[in-house]
Design a protein around this ligand. Sequence first.
Ligand code: SF4
Ligand code: SF4
Ligand code: FES
Length: 538
Amino acid sequence: MDPIDFTLNGQAAQAEPGETILKAAQRHGVAIPHLCYKEGLPAEGNCRACVVEVAGERSLAPSCCRAVSPGMAVQTQSERARTSQRMVLELLLSDLPQDAACGELGDWATRSEVAVRPALRALERQQPSCDLSHPAMAVNLDRCIQCTRCVRACRDVQVNDVIGYAGRGAHSQIVFDLGDPMGQSSCVGCGECVQACPTGALSEKLPAADLDKTVDSVCPFCGVGCLLSYQVKDGRIVGVQGRDGPANQGRLCVKGRFGFDYVHHAHRLTQPLIRRSDVPKDVNVTRSPADWASVFRPATWEEALDLAGRGLVQLRDAHGPKALAGFGSAKGSNEEAYLFQKLVRTGFGSNNVDHCTRLCHASSVSALLEGLGSGAVSNQVTDVEHAELALVIGSNTAGNHPVAATWIKNAVQHGLKLVVADPRGTDLSRHAWRRLQFRADTDVALVNAMIYTVLEEGLADQDFIARRVSNFEAIRAGVQAFSPEAMAPVCGIAAETIREVARAYATAKAAMIFWGMGVSQHVHGTDNVRALIALCMV
Ligand code: SF4
Ligand code: SF4
Ligand code: FES
């Protein structure tokens, strides 16, 4: 679609179709104060700090939620617009404690040269007391300007539905669940609200001030791969902010945002240690990790590497390369994994090298290689927004990969049919269209019954099968004994429910399957994945 021509502060300008005045102005380098608007959150237009004058209109327009239209003439700096913007900033500021650092509100007030008049300051309201019940976050509602960014972050971004807005008029305020203290509410601690809050009313318990630097990194906890920035003060990590990345778009979960204390834990090794020759090895003696000095002594990297290298070479030369093996960690980067296997193959001289994914997803990799010719996932999790149906099986996504779960929950809000199949009740199933709590170990029976239904009811994509699927007749023959009626007593799911889900899967314009270690870490892990791939293929 063609760009839209309009006038911004008397200059010719262009906006993308559907673009708001605020965003178009930002692209043209024109700053407009805004508080309740935040990139990534649905605009609500409740603070009115962003009002602008549109030629021919009686009222000022909130630029954060008003789209540019052809020929529109916008004034962001006119006397009327500036007076209104400044009045909003002053009124909001006058409600906050004088000594409070006011975040974005304070920044906009300074930029707009707004100072609160003493007469306004004198009109003090009764301030709510602070809530320090949560281990990681502080709630100081005396700084709240009721912009509802936290409500939208909790409800629309992370879909945790903990924060709400209660009361009327002067009594209105944000609440956790039914007005519970934050620490006793159902808050999962993702901190999205803290990241969204423009005034510090919701903040980390130890808010980071006067940072020395920020260091961009990747969350070390799970495979979602959220980008983040560590905030560093005096050589210590004091806070974390989500960073815009393909997997997280600024979101984080409780682990990524608050789980950094291990970095400075006393038990963490921060220098090479060598076992003391005067302390014999004894497996029956248990020592505290903090007491390392009773067994080890500090060493330089050169000394430690030389000792370890010589020990490995002696073993290799005395017993042959097969006496040595290397076991890597999923916490390492691709580059580190590459170097590690290089060390084992060229240094140790053996192929005895492995990785902890052997335990997690080896079954997935081998079934994917066999069935699809590639051992990797086919899509990003965020593609779920394009799907009509998603089947999540054997995965506690909201617990293990919380940010990935937010994309699935967002898609449900926009109409995705979510099927959660798991012997356990998981948090994600709260959002499911159908929840299949099947008997443990009966994955193959359930999935084969779905394949049977698709084939029996003539729902298979024959054109796709003819072009892309080999050994289709073997799949058909393989599921002959797996009708939903025969499998219902095996997997504990009613036959009609299996058929209903299979029909919805087969007739969806786009469907995705997500599986986790409930499928793969299993004696039938490879068979479970084979069955899921076969379901995709028909
Ligand atoms: S707590 Fe912060 S984000 Fe939530 S409504 Fe108040 S000012 Fe806005
Ligand atoms: S989902 Fe949570 S634990 Fe996983 S990478 Fe993202 S922030 Fe880290
Ligand atoms: S930022 Fe536009 S109304 Fe609040």
